[in-house]
Design a binder for this molecule. Structure first.
Ligand SMILES: Nc1ncnc2c1ncn2[C@@H]1O[C@H](COP(=O)(O)OP(=O)(O)OP(=O)(O)O)[C@@H](O)[C@H]1O
Ligand SMILES: [Mg+2]
Length: 251
């Protein structure tokens, strides 16, 4: 599904990612953890070709096709979806209008009826007030409402590869459960879809069981393990991963 090889990325001439490698197969759930400022969000943005992030060397492949030099539009149309850590507000464009345009750009002949049904069902599944889809995207939304609105977009856009950058931050306990149920149902209905969950807490991983947990520090993956690794980090912090050279225990 997604493979990254020897990726080096700079922002404003500062090296953020160094020799970053990961391979995510169809149907797998991977979690990425690591201290603040280590490059997790940078990775998510560079996959989606944000122009601020300059790839110095390395390659990104999606379904064995190199996507390193494609535009954000081209990458999104291949079925890669990013829920940003801080979803942006877009004044004057409603979520419904945005999604209708995005779905039309991706698929032909989606009837207005089936689009409306899909977005209404998604709104209900997420226990969101339907009026929210007719408001400007994220404008005046609470932190948790923005995160639910990201999952609404995921459900309507039907991606194959999903990156969730701190989707759990800002969600109350009930909303976290609803969001995770929706992600799990999506994965049940789309068996080949894969997810990269960027998080600081094992809690979300109790609901969405990861196949692999990676610990990142200083722009690269230092260790790969399973759910227990997330619990170990919760208990002991990141101190032991600061100067380790990469030790990949699985994959
Ligand atoms: N546009 C930018 N301009 C300057 N520095 C940047 C920019 N984007 C990222 N950085 C720097 O790159 C480093 C990595 O940032 P990034 O957001 O990827 O960290 P993170 O691992 O997601 O952290 P957190 O857990 O706090 O979300 C930080 O030192 C950050 O200040
Ligand atoms: Mg981040």
């Amino acid at each position: 599904m997604l493979e990254i090889k020897n990726l080096y990325v700079n922002v404003d001439d500062k090296q953020i990612l160094k020799d970053f490698n990961i391979k995510i197969n169809d149907g797998e759930v991977h979690a990425l953890m690591g201290p603040n400022g280590t490059g997790k969000s940078t990775l998510s943005k560079v996959i989606l070709a944000n122009k601020k992030y300059i790839i110095k060397s390395g390659n990104i492949y999606f379904n064995n096709e190199e996507i390193t030099n494609l535009s954000t539009d081209e990458i999104a149309n291949k079925g890669i979806f990013l829920s940003n850590q801080l979803p942006c507000e877009i004044d004057g464009v409603t979520t419904a209008d945005f999604l209708r345009t995005a779905v039309n750009a991706k698929e032909e002949n989606v009837s207005l009826y089936s689009f409306i049904k899909k977005i209404q069902d998604a709104t209900k599944d997420l226990k969101m007030d339907e009026s929210m889809i007719h408001r400007s995207i994220n404008k005046g939304f609470s932190g948790g409402e923005k995160k639910k609105n990201e999952i609404l977009q995921m459900k309507v856009l039907n991606p194959k590869f999903i990156i969730l950058d701190e989707i759990d931050s800002g969600l109350d306990v009930d909303s976290l459960k609803i969001v995770c149920e929706n992600i799990n149902n999506y994965l049940k209905e789309n068996k080949d879809a894969s997810v990269l969950i960027i998080t600081h807490y094992p809690r979300i991983l109790e609901y969405i069981k990861p196949d692999y947990v990676h610990v990142m520090n200083d722009g690269t993956i230092k260790k790969t393990g399973t759910y227990d690794l997330a619990l170990e980090i919760e208990k002991n912090g990141y101190e032991t991963y600061k100067n380790n050279s990469a030790s990949i225990v699985s994959e």
